[in-house]
Design a protein around this ligand. Structure first.
Ligand code: PLP
Length: 304
């Protein structure tokens, strides 16, 4: 089921009507999840952290040996054009680059002509209630497709393990799954980075643990520095989450979302904390977003 809203789609740099925007059944992105992607957010038709997202896409492609047929500047121009063509000022921008078409078979070497697809849709951030009261999360011990491979940390499109973790979380009423690796280290959310606050210090796992180097995460770290809040990039465990004063997750769509329940146990007093709010307020200044803060007022969506 799709929402009744206007999408802008571009394939290989050409904007095409969404109903005619189709990809071959032989495309390796479809057959094997052989693709990389990015999700960006445009505030008032300006893509936040555009350069960082394009750079990360190029890096992800490099890590899985997909040759992007255009350079970063051209890609940025193409997706900016798609954003400008949308009737909505506040949008979400997905960019997928697949390895393209090859004769059937796993071997990636014969593939020619990586395909790039841009989809621009209105943004659906979490609900006002989620921002005001915080969300529950469930930890999930698992290993994702790229974990412990040379592609660890690349944004590869095979999210099956993460979506199963999220499904399990939703079954028990949680809104995000927190991925824990085989050594018991808390890595990140199914589609977010995770932070906690303890005794006035902000803590988050290092990218060397194979997490996605989240762009919201990097701006969150900058926000903490700007506010003079001490930071520690360090390995975290479930016990650290349980004993935290505050927990929150970050992502492009959610920005900074307070977590008040971890594995059915309240974090501290079960309410979003002051540090989470201060960091989110500072983060919003980077985005250039106008209007009320997300926990003050906005129209949100349940399906994040
Ligand atoms: C696994 C994972 N970690 C972290 C993030 C957050 O990254 P960003 O802040 O760049 O959106 C995402 C975003 O989709 C993700 O999929």
């Amino acid at each position: 089921m799709t929402r009744d809203e206007t999408l802008v789609v571009s394939i290989d740099g050409q904007i095409v009507a969404p109903e005619r925007a189709t990809v071959s059944v032989l495309d390796r992105g479809f057959l094997y999840g052989d693709s990389v992607f990015e999700v960006m957010r445009a505030y008032d038709r300006r893509v936040f952290a555009l350069q960082e997202h394009v750079d990360r896409l190029m890096r992800s492609a490099g890590l899985v040996y997909i040759e992007v047929p255009v350079d970063a500047a051209r890609l940025a121009a193409e997706l900016t054009a798609a954003v400008q063509a949308s009737p909505y000022p506040d949008t979400i921008v997905r960019v997928h680059v697949t390895r393209g078409i090859a004769p059937l078979g796993l071997d990636p070497t014969p593939a020619r002509g990586a395909l790039r697809v841009v989809i621009v849709a209105p943004v659906h951030p979490p609900t006002l209630e989620d921002y005001r009261s915080g969300i529950a999360v469930t930890t999930h011990r698992t290993e994702r497709a790229a974990d412990n491979t040379e592609a660890a940390g690349a944004k590869v499109a095979n999210y099956l393990v993460s979506l199963l973790a999220l499904r399990a979380a939703r079954v028990v009423g949680s809104k995000e799954a927190i991925i824990v690796d085989g050594r018991g280290r808390v890595l990140e959310g199914a589609s977010s980075n995770v932070f906690l606050v303890k005794d006035g210090v902000v803590l988050t796992p290092p990218v060397t643990e194979g997490i996605l180097p989240g762009i919201t995460r990097s701006y969150l770290l900058r926000s903490a520095e700007a506010l003079g809040i001490p930071l520690r990039i360090t390995t975290l465990t479930r016990g650290d989450l349980a004993g935290a004063d505050e927990v929150f997750v970050t992502s492009t769509v959610r920005e900074v979302l307070p977590v008040v329940v971890v594995d059915a146990r309240e974090v501290s007093d079960g309410k979003p904390g002051p540090m989470t709010r201060a960091l989110h307020r500072r983060f919003r200044e980077f985005t250039g977003a106008s209007g009320p803060l997300p926990w003050e007022d906005h129209e949100g969506s349940e399906t994040v």
